[in-house]
Design a binder for this molecule. Sequence first.
Ligand SMILES: [Fe+2]
Ligand SMILES: [Fe+2]
Length: 335
Amino acid sequence: MSKLTRASAYPFTGGQPPLPPSGHRTVPSQDDIIGFYRTHERVGWSLTQFLDIPWTEIEVERLSPADVQVVETTMLVESNNPDYVANLIAYFAADQDVCDFIMMWGIEEWKHYYALRDYLTKVRTAIAAKGRGALDAGEQGRLLTIEASVRSTLGEDVSAVRDASTENWGLPAHYLPAQIVASTTVQEFVTAEFYRNHARHTREPVLARIETLLAKDETRHEMFYEQKTKDCLETDPALMPMVIDSLKEFGMPGAYLLDDYGARREAMEQAAFPTLADKKRAFVRLFSKMTRVIGRDNAMRVFTEGNYLSDGVDDPSGKKMKPELITRLLTRRLG
Ligand SMILES: [Fe+2]
Ligand SMILES: [Fe+2]
């Protein structure tokens, strides 16, 4: 995997003047922090319980190559935690409450990375053991392909992605705090939806268990950021147009961390949302989330005027969602 340098500009917010670091604050609320911590303690899960699962329990014959690609890609994106934390703490240095939250958030995201990494290591061991048994040529070939991919991910790819992350994951200095927390809400929401849906579709039970727990954490992250976004907008409604602009250029972090993200994204979407009904349902849920944060008319603007179909970046073909399509998706009964 080669090192990426961030190609995406900020087509909708690029003209905003940078904000001094002292302005990087949300609306203070210690109750939110304590609330988050209480839930963290109440619903927190034990990483040890997964680390202690023997590799013999992983049912590799039930794993598809797409499942493995899902684990590799999410593990690579989750592996950038130290950079996310460093950037967020630096950006929000003037906002003690958000910094306190980031400390707790960081440990949860680190657990995600480690659970996935440990899982991949066990998959590799299990495949190596299976390969020594009597298998037909087709099954042997399939397992060897998975094994080669896992080996390269665990080897060079983690450091390549860390390199790309240090260079590319700076929070844009011109983003207002409301824009940061709004984008992060969507990012955590999409991640939660992805894990939850993939957990329903994979046939490998240990992976399904891991992803179900990860999804619950991501949902709590998303709820925290959503509250911050709402607080900012309530205190200063004039921020709304800027928040809409940042959502129009929203893209998932994988897009600028992984150079083969396009192919990975397709395989992952297929694995988590295999049918047309799954895809429609996913869009409807994202649209409803957007509506809860910024209102229905503004959500409509984000999807029809923004770069939703091209991962946040300007697409020369100018692909946009049509309002009629959205209305159809929202109103037609799903199969
Ligand atoms: Fe995560
Ligand atoms: Fe998260």
